[in-house]
Design a protein around this ligand. Structure first.
Ligand code: NOJ
Ligand code: MG
Length: 540
């Protein structure tokens, strides 16, 4: 079996990314909100865990209406998180420990407090008027077209002072920049260079598929599959407001900026079906290195659905494009909340044994659940604007739990979101001393992935297990093969192993209790058990 990529794969292919939501990772100053000093204090944890890079959600100057995704200064750090000096210290410390640092780049929109927008809304003749998207309303006073905001209501806000509407794909406090304006492209390229020169190793680009809108602002069509139980944004298909063909020129330009620097990564946040997602690798692979593949988040949790998804995605990947996988992030229900604690272990094994770069979400490695949020605890403006649909994101953003002390070691103050009720036992310190904990499982999976190129760089091939609830696949590299077997059901299943796997060694079980056992010709899997088997080297 030929290796899929060169042994000298870039770090973002062989490595593991870890998302830190800075408000919730570690508070260093007792205000109940995580900050950069806190992240610095926990870098050793990430090294011990074995990940290669941390991606920090936005830490820039912001009124925090959307918790940092509303930026009012792209080239400074919000005082809530620290200072530029703290940021430099973080990069230096991370690099000293062999960790890469990836920043969030939010080029689609700014805060309405950003000086660019303040100037733009100042008058119709402002030099920055065209930096944002201003349109006249309908003759009856209605908005320019039927586009809706992802966060509810019209995507247009009327500005009485100048008598026009501005477009915002999210909150009205987040006006969209006009990416058809070359000055905007230049300004964001300068922002990227500012951080790249400061040593950052790449960007995760917020809502990359939103960047370019239809030049004619045509109305979006109705979604024929809409049902009233779905959130209002889904009433229309965002055909003209997102994923326009010319977005790929913009992505290629962003990539071009990165190319002047060595070894950096461009990641795109893109919620599109795999068929459309793969276009973001760009012509000649000159687009995003890693268009985030979120399909596992929305695919039903069954062996067949996940197996089919992997096959579909693998088949769609352009030649030479490197895959990637994600189980969750700060916008989606936590994996343990979605599939339950037992299957969350299967999900961990899946994520860390698939072909392609895995991105972990902080806290999943200790099995943080989706935390219930009482009405008075709601902080997320999405929930406030669109109540009743379960869209709130606070429950997946709760503080990291480090130990059993007050506030789980996250803060000396009052945490901005609640902890889990069981934080005294669900925390890093306790799980470190429990050899069968979720943290122990993550640690073992990461160590195995690091040790064995089959798992990081190897080929993927599904092996039909003959059991509807069991997904099994080979990973091969340099003449060595491993077999991954995952039981998606909660009942025991016995599978007949392929003859080539007879005598294989169990490297790891999700139950953490069968390492080094030699498998016979049948394999008994307990409910929600996954295993990685090591095969004797094969001849090529
Ligand atoms: C995507 C981010 O991940 C999300 O948290 C944010 O609310 C929207 N972009 C708007 O910036
Ligand atoms: Mg703080």
């Amino acid at each position: 079996m030929a290796p899929s990529v060169s042994p000298h794969a870039p770090w973002w292919q062989s490595g593991i990314l870890y998302q830190v939501y800075p408000r919730s990772f570690q508070d260093g100053d007792g205000d109940g909100i995580g900050d950069l000093r806190g992240v610095i204090a926990r870098l050793h944890y990430l090294v011990d865990l074995g990940v290669d890079a941390l991606w920090l959600s936005p830490i820039f100057t912001s009124p925090m209406v959307d918790f940092g995704y509303d930026i009012s200064d792209y080239t400074d750090i919000d005082p809530l998180f620290g200072s530029l000096a703290d940021f430099d210290a973080l990069v230096t410390a991370a690099h000293g420990l062999g960790l890469k640092v990836v920043l969030d780049l939010v080029p689609n929109h700014t805060s309405d407090q950003h000086p660019w927008f303040v100037e733009s809304r100042g008058s119709r003749d402002s030099r920055k008027r065209d930096w944002y998207i201003w349109r006249d309303g309908q003759p009856d006073g209605g908005p320019p077209n039927n586009w809706t905001s992802e966060f509810g209501g019209s995507a247009w806000t009327f500005d009485a002072a100048t008598g026009q509407h501005y477009y915002h794909a999210f909150l009205s406090a987040q006006p969209d920049l006009n990416w058809r304006n070359p000055q905007v492209r230049q300004a964001i390229a300068d922002v990227m260079r500012f951080w790249l020169r400061r040593g950052v190793d790449g960007f995760r680009v917020d809502v990359m598929w939103h960047l370019v809108k239809d030049a004619d602002f045509r109305d979006n069509p109705l979604n024929p599959d809409y049902t009233p139980d779905r959130q209002p944004y889904e009433r229309l298909l965002p055909l003209y407001s997102t994923d326009r063909p010319d977005v790929h020129d913009v992505v290629a330009e962003l990539r071009q900026v990165m190319e002047a620097f060595d070894d950096r990564v461009l990641i795109g946040e893109i919620y599109l079906p795999p068929e459309k997602l793969v276009a973001y690798y760009g012509a000649g692979l000159k687009g995003a290195h890693l268009p985030f593949n979120f399909a596992l988040i929305s695919t039903p949790w069954s062996a067949r659905a996940v197996g089919d998804l992997i096959a579909r995605y693998e088949a769609l990947l352009p030649s030479g494009a490197w895959p990637n996988w994600v189980l969750g992030n700060h916008d989606r229900v936590r994996i343990a909340g979605r599939v339950g604690p037992a299957q969350a272990r299967v999900a961990a094994m899946l994520l860390l044994t698939l072909r392609g770069t895995p991105t972990m979400y902080y806290g999943d490695e200790i099995g943080l659940p989706q935390v219930p949020i009482a009405p008075e605890q709601v902080r997320d403006p999405f929930e406030t604007n669109v109540p009743g649909y379960g869209v709130g994101r606070d429950g997946c953003r709760t503080p990291m739990q480090w130990d059993g002390s007050a506030h789980a070691g996250f803060t000396a103050g009052e945490p901005w979101l609640p902890l889990t009720d069981d934080f005294a036992s669900r925390n890093v310190a306790v799980e470190r001393s429990d050899s069968s904990s979720m943290l122990a499982l993550y640690g073992a999976l990461i160590a195995l992935r690091r040790a064995r190129a089959e798992l990081s760089l190897g080929d993927y091939e599904e092996w039909p297990s003959g059991e509807a609830d069991v997904l099994a696949y080979w990973r091969g590299h340099g003449g060595r093969r491993m077999l991954v077997v995952l039981n998606f059901s909660d009942r025991p299943v016995t599978i007949a192993l392929p003859s080539s796997a007879a005598g294989a060694t169990i490297m790891l079980s999700t139950m953490m209790d069968r390492a080094a056992e030699v498998a016979g010709d049948r394999l008994n899997l307990r409910g929600a058990e996954g295993m990685v088997l090591d095969l004797a080297p094969t001849a090529i």
